[in-house]
Design a protein around this ligand. Structure first.
Ligand code: GRF
Length: 191
């Protein structure tokens, strides 16, 4: 992607880093990776030579102090867009409010269905025929911000949780980099 005007992108991670790898493979310029633990995703970022830091909640007295540390890091790196990619922390309303329209998340369900955790298990238990993933703007309410784009996958007759999770993960890795690219180019905005 090429735009000298594009905001600088930070990706927040806690886990495997499948989405982070897809973002990098898509050729998006990642200016900073932030992890809340020394997770595989953070190690992958370091191995790729990216600026990557760990901001551990346990190092701070409360969530407000943790959020303030995140805000400081984002400012220090001149970040203009944040993509949460499996970041397993709930951010406080002050930080989220300050980043309104500049913070995206990807969630492994077709929101508003299955907010929260264990989405694949819940979809299977319900006998859902369709499942998928959603990219949405982050707001103070968990997994409830305005939807930007979704990707639907079928739930097959003999699916188990792991199979369905893999199908959704593949859909995520196609969807998220493209949505982030559009956001970086100023083609999507939260009204
Ligand atoms: C993804 O399923 C994402 O939707 C959810 O956390 C998972 C992160 O996976 N928010 P990865 O670390 O990107 O592989």
């Amino acid at each position: 992607m090429s735009s000298s005007e594009a905001p600088r992108l930070a990706v927040f991670v806690s886990g495997r880093g499948g989405n982070l790898r897809a973002i990098l493979a898509h050729g998006l310029p990642v200016a900073l990776v932030v992890a809340d633990r020394p997770a595989p995703a953070w190690r992958a970022a370091r191995a790729a030579g990216l600026p990557a830091c760990v901001v551990e909640p346990a190092a701070f007295g409360d969530r407000a102090a943790f959020d303030a540390a995140l805000a400081t890091v984002l400012a220090a790196y001149g970040i203009g867009l944040v993509a949460l990619a499996g970041f397993m922390r709930v951010l406080g309303p002050e930080l989220v409010g300050a980043w309104r329209g500049r913070m995206l998340n990807i969630h492994p369900s077709l929101l508003p269905a299955y907010r929260g955790l264990r989405t694949h298990r819940r979809a299977l238990a319900d006998g859902a025929r369709r499942h998928g993933c959603t990219v949405h703007w982050v707001t103070a309410q968990l997994d409830a911000g305005p939807v930007v784009q979704q990707s639907v996958v079928p739930v097959l007759e003999d699916d188990d949780e792991a199979q369905l999770a893999r199908r959704v993960a593949r859909a995520e890795r196609r969807l998220y980099p493209r949505v982030i690219e559009r956001a970086l180019l100023g083609k999507i905005a939260l009204r």
